[in-house]
Design a protein around this ligand. Sequence first.
Ligand code: MTE
Ligand code: MO
Length: 500
Amino acid sequence: MSANGRTAGWLWPLAGLVSGGAGLGTSWLASNALHVRAWPLVAVAEWVIRHTPGGVAETAIQRLGHHDKPVLVAVILALLALLFAGLGAAGRRTWWIPLIGFLVLAVIGGLAVADERAQGGHGQIAVIVGLVTWMGAWVFLLPEDGREPAADRRALLRIGLVAGAAVVVGVAAPYVGRGRRAVDQARTRLRLSGVTRPVAPSGADLGLAQPWATPTGRFYRIDTTLSPPAVDPAHWRLRIHGQVERELTLTFEELLARQRTQAWITLNCVSNPVGGDLIGNAWWSGVLLKSLLAEAGVKPGADAVLQTSADGWTCGTPLDALTDDRGAMLAVAMNGEPLPIDHGFPVRTVVPGLYGYVSACKWVVDLEVTTIDKAVGYWIPLGWAVEGPVKLASRIDRPTSGEVVQTGDYTIAGVAWQQETGIVKVEVSVDGGSWVQAELGKVPSDATWVQWRAVVPLTKGHHQVQVRAVNARGETQTPVRRDVVPDGATGWHRVDFEAS
Ligand SMILES: Nc1nc2c(c(=O)[nH]1)N[C@H]1C(S)=C(S)[C@@H](COP(=O)(O)O)O[C@H]1N2
Ligand SMILES: [Mo]
């Protein structure tokens, strides 16, 4: 970029302003795309509000009503505009000063985001996107030879280019992720009558670090979607068709009008390795599939249901499991709240005793009654078994691998499960010694896992503990180690630890 006579000092602050605006725009877009609750700039505003002395905040709220946050955001934006222009002007002497300024601002944004409650680590991605844009745009707008940019075409063109891109991003940003936000709001507004809070039955929880009732935030999540489908309950429809007497199409309201059921059901993934945590136990509320299928009238000859979700995922479920007394349901609530979007809002299937990949369709919209050879779900061509009954399994949660515990009497504890069959006995063996029977927690039904604990004496040194469960059919869990493919892992869980 050559100086063609008149130098234009105003291009520097303009370049700073345009770079700054571009970074704010991309971080806003990233926040919306990632469904981050608060854009870093809003996080800063909220931080300021949280840390403002009560009196000041109250006066502000009285003066501004509910506009206190938008006003604060506008003030921060104005201050930032001044700062960006100032940084640009300072960059005239020392080109890297704005880079330092941007970095400091990003750190402030990052700290505010980290201070937000209920915001996962991905909030920081929006901060990084903004910082990279700030720095990239500034370097792009720097004159090539480090000299004064003249008010020539090329300098203006570059600034115009970045400004134009920033405006496009800024205009697009509010639309990105809007569907999801609308569904989030619909979910928040939803009042589900007859859905009660989860209260673990007494005696089920032995007070381990891993609670018997899994909090929703700690419940494992498995699906094939990059971004979960945003399904508005007002537009949700469930079609029950195929080999039925009467095809049914239900709205969400119509589903809720049916008789409701609630139960504790443990859900687990076929991909859970021995000792793994792809398992959780929740309080589900919904409508029994048995009664809906009876309403549709299943024709003789049908023995399966092909379930399809709003995002096109499918699974084939044996009809028996949906019509027998185990309590398979279309769930609308998890742990007393409308299903979280990630767990299938507004409606998902939950079937005790089957792995999720053949039963637990999230965002379910279609049930086709058919035969098992035609009900070929998503995972079947990829090498997984057609039928996925849950295998007998147990896990040690205490001690954890490599833990150093005290010598003397020590409580080994964990969970065991085989939904729909039930657990009658759990045994542990320390250092290959004889099997010691564990005490079992009380469970409301065979649909859930069981907590267990056993007290064993420990001498100083290295130890190894193994666990095995016995089901209600009198079968003992097999020690044979098998991989998760094609129908679930087997083998005893073993934990190595130290006593001192
Ligand atoms: N639509 C849809 N539903 C799905 C899946 C999926 O990929 N898409 N994965 C299934 C699998 S493999 C499991 S183990 C469970 C997990 O349910 P969760 O994420 O609520 O724990 O959902 C099942 N339902
Ligand atoms: Mo799964």
